[in-house]
Ligand binder design. Structure first.
Ligand code: PEP
Ligand code: MG
Length: 316
């Protein structure tokens, strides 16, 4: 019954006093779109395009194949936002034609945007396919790069987008602490930020996201991670730009309130979490979310941060 009540609650994401926080879906391909629409997603905040490339690790899919897949997702959100992430290969998602075979630490090697800058033809084909897929559709296309470390990375990506004639907003994912620490500098080159909290936690705590033994350090409630979220959101605000979250952190309803309080402007998550996040956010004012965020940042551990935020929001 509780689930039914939550699922019935629809409409745009907002705090109880009307501060809007668009709730977007993370999708891995056209197959995830029906669930996103059903959950009332206001668009897609992270379209992971890797799925297209994993069938054949010897070569990139043709431009035609890419256009068809991108169009199937873009068409599902008329007038909505769709944020497409260009190929994030390497580390846990190696591709023979892109990923060096002999890296001692693949997570710290040539992955994400780094692979694409080494293979400009692959990036160009992807951007051209996106541009053609969006032609004639009323969708607000945004395209972002994974694993941006600094302003030079952001500029290289924005240049590639411009060269491909892409009519879209260009953004940078914040997944590396250097990008959060110098977010204002990164924002000189791109129009939005999107925090990938899974990798940001991995690189902040030097804790491999695939190693269960260090999962304590992967907890997105870690105050150090919240500090980096705050730095990014404050930089975006100062530049008049947006800063979303598309990592797992956004799917925890209580943490979603804290992220809102830290100044994050949209939340993207697996479709199944959207009704719960929408319902929780609607219970609190922006000022309450801000107080919960301050309490969480003042904590010394993830558990303490969670408890402190909970105490503020339940009025203890
Ligand atoms: C992240 O790192 O938080 C993210 C959203 O990207 P992925 O999980 O695909 O690496
Ligand atoms: Mg990532």
């Amino acid at each position: 019954a509780r689930k039914a009540a939550l699922t019935a609650a629809t409409g745009p994401g907002a705090t109880s006093d009307g501060h809007k926080v668009p709730l977007l879906a993370n999708v891995g391909g056209p197959g995830d779109v029906p669930a996103a629409v059903e959950a009332g997603a206001e668009g897609v905040g992270l379209f992971r395009t890797e799925f297209l490339f994993l069938d054949d690790s010897k070569q990139a899919p043709s431009e035609e194949k890419q256009i068809a897949a991108y169009r199937a997702v873009l068409e599902a959100f008329p007038e909505g936002r769709v944020v497409v992430r260009v190929l994030d290969a390497g580390a846990d998602k190696p591709l023979d034609f892109l990923t060096p075979a002999d890296e001692p630490n693949p997570a710290l090697g040539v992955r994400g945007l780094r692979s694409l800058l080494d293979h400009p033809d692959v990036l160009r084909t992807q951007l051209t396919a996106l541009s053609k897929a969006a032609e004639g559709l009323p969708v607000y296309l945004e395209v972002m790069a994974p694993m941006v470390a600094d302003r030079a990375d952001a500029k290289a990506f924005a240049d590639a987008c411009r060269e491909a004639g892409l009519n879209a907003k260009f953004g940078a994912m914040v997944e590396i602490p250097s990008a959060a620490l110098r977010a204002r500098s990164v924002l000189q080159e791109v129009e939005f930020l999107s925090l990938g909290t899974n990798d940001l936690a991995q690189y902040t705590f030097a804790a491999d996201r695939q190693v269960g033994a260090v999962s304590r350090l992967q907890d997105p409630w870690q105050p150090a991670l919240l500090d980096l979220v705050a730095l990014s959101a404050e930089a975006a605000k100062a530049e008049g730009k947006s800063c979303g979250v598309c990592g797992e952190a956004a799917s925890d309803p209580l943490l979603a309130c804290v992220l809102t309080g830290l100044g994050v402007t949209s939340l993207s998550m697996g479709a199944a979490s959207i009704p719960y996040v929408r319902a929780t956010l609607a219970k609190y004012t922006l000022a309450q979310c801000e107080r919960a965020a301050s309490a969480a940042r003042a904590a010394d551990s993830a558990e303490e941060a969670r408890r402190a935020a909970q105490a503020v929001l339940s009025g203890e």
